[in-house]
Design a protein. Structure first.
Length: 526
């Protein structure tokens, strides 16, 4: 009896040891992939490869790639490993240009997990692949022209005015505020109106339903971070492990809200100058109507019989517009106000420009006024240089690719990375990279640099489609604040800023606490 019991215990134990040994040998063999191909690489460690800091939440993904980038110093590219899977990082801007533009046909997909059946809201432009992406991109491109931006501009101004108003009493008392949440409430108001046709008034009511669901979407959690990392580097593991990038409750809420909004508008022939209206046109006619005016946008009857997109696809596009417009812009404004608080001379120079330009426009924030603010453009560009919200660009090698002027061939399926944050902090391109200097973006300085070492929105055919909207939203928000208030550091402001290790986007850990006080003279007419 004792012998049988001992055997029962030993056999599973022996099997476990054999499995661990086999697992270890498999990894060790996998770790020879780049060496066999005579490619420079960073030595991996079992079992995480080069990503122990990321997967153990010790460093955010952008900073992990800064480490890899610097360890490959002197090389134009190099190999890395995510667990046992090989990946490839580009360092040379000429090669990066080829990947993003000239040889785009070999790198047209991002390589992230997407499965519209498993997670309907992943069927959006940012994640889609191949022909699906191309067809949708063509249909959506007309929604972000300068004409469409002007059409939505007043919504941004209205939200910006409300942003300035809610801070008035706080500024009079010269209080310390958590500015990231306030910026997120501003961008949520803008996006909820432009993308969903909903007036949620998050600035007035921080606990508004739409804001709660938006906050839930971006709540940092260990599981979400690990799922995001797997989606980025081992997308094939997501569905078998039943991992969700989006909380099912959040997905259900956004899909239901979009479906109800579209049905209500179509039933009652309601038309608005917003992104949702343009999506409805694509859904019903397969394209955005030309020559849309501020009045009489046109009927939505589908006479052509061409269905542009399904209701779930429409919901997915509205959802990614929310993600892209809400998080990236609010975080950019947060980092910008932090740097302006740190550098009062830059803040004052920017405020002087705002005063001069707004005076020309009778104290009103107009589309033309924003375009005239050259120093504002430099300040925002330098913020995005130092703090690119999307710190890396993923590209999957969609067919075998020979790197120009080498014998190296990347196999189909290899995930490649362009380390945006690392490029933006390379002293070769940006001397003293930790210094905040908007003059890096004068025309003279930009002419000295390679175009492909500044990539906050990507580049080439997959450049961020909402870039102009995001910049416009950011600038309107900043002008609405700086025309009325001054921001300074507080006892609660960490210097240097601490970056959250649990999110893909570059974001300050624990928010951003700044002191606000009212200016002696306000330049915006109300």
């Amino acid at each position: 009896m004792g012998f049988l019991l001992e055997t029962t215990i030993l056999v599973p134990g022996a099997l476990l040891v054999c499995l661990l040994v086999a697992f270890y040998v498999y990894f060790k063999m996998s770790f020879t992939y780049w060496k066999q191909r005579n490619v420079a690489y960073i030595k991996p460690t079992f079992p995480f490869g080069n990503f122990s800091d990321l997967l153990l939440l010790r460093k955010p993904i952008g900073h992990v790639f800064i480490d890899l980038y610097r360890k490959l110093g002197g090389e134009k590219y190099g190999g890395f490993y995510t667990l046992a899977k090989p990946g490839f990082v580009f360092r040379d801007p000429d090669i990066i240009k080829s990947i993003l533009v000239k040889d785009f046909s070999s790198f047209h997909d991002r390589g992230f997990f997407t499965d519209e059946e498993f997670e309907p809201l992943t069927g959006h432009l940012f994640l889609l692949t191949g022909k699906k992406w191309r067809n949708l991109r063509v249909k959506l491109a007309p929604t972000f022209t300068s004409g469409k931006m002007k059409m939505m501009f007043q919504t941004l101004v209205d939200c910006g005015q409300e942003l300035g108003n809610i801070l008035e009493e706080i500024a009079n008392n010269e209080e310390i505020i958590e500015i990231k949440d306030i910026m997120a409430r501003y961008t949520t108001d803008v996006i909820s109106s432009c993308a969903f046709g909903i007036q949620c008034h998050c600035l007035e009511n921080p606990d508004a339903e739409f804001r709660q669901w938006g906050r839930k979407l971006f709540e940092s959690s260990t599981m979400l971070s690990i799922t995001g990392s797997l989606s980025t580097f081992i997308p094939s593991a997501v569905r078998p492990l039943n991992l969700r990038l989006i909380d099912p409750k959040v997905s259900k809420y956004f899909r239901r809200m979009v479906h109800e909004t579209v049905r209500y508008r179509e039933k009652n022939s309601i038309k608005r100058n917003d992104f949702m209206e343009l999506l409805i046109q694509i859904k019903n006619k397969g394209k955005v109507e030309e020559g849309m005016e501020e009045n009489g946008i046109g009927n939505m009857e589908n006479k052509s019989g061409e269905l542009g997109m399904s209701m779930d696809s429409l919901a997915a596009q509205a959802f990614v517009f929310f993600i892209g417009g809400f998080e990236t812009s609010s975080t950019t404004m947060t980092f910008c106000l932090y740097e302006l608080s740190l550098h009062q001379n830059i803040q004052e120079r920017l405020r002087e420009e705002i005063d001069i330009v707004l005076k020309k426009h009778e104290g009103k924030i107009t589309y033309e006024a924003i375009q005239e603010m050259e120093y504002l453009d430099k300040v925002v560009a330098e913020t995005l240089r130092k703090y690119p919200v999307v710190p890396i660009l993923n590209r999957e090698c969609t067919k075998a690719y020979k790197i120009p002027d080498t014998d190296i061939v990347l196999e189909k399926g290899i995930l490649t990375v362009i380390p945006v944050l690392a490029l933006h902090h390379d002293p070769k391109y940006y001397p003293d990279p930790e210094r905040f200097d908007p003059e890096r973006f004068s025309e003279e300085e930009k002419a000295k640099r390679h175009h492909y070492v500044y990539l906050p929105f990507g580049e080439g055919p997959r450049i961020c489609i909402g870039m102009r909207f995001g910049l416009m939203q950011t600038k309107v928000g900043l002008v609405s604040l700086l025309s009325k208030y001054q921001f300074t550091l507080s006892k609660k402001t960490p210097v240097p800023v601490v970056i959250d290790t649990k999110t893909f986007f570059l974001s300050p850990d624990g928010g951003m606490w700044l002191q606000i006080k009212k200016r002696a003279k306000c330049t915006v007419s109300t």
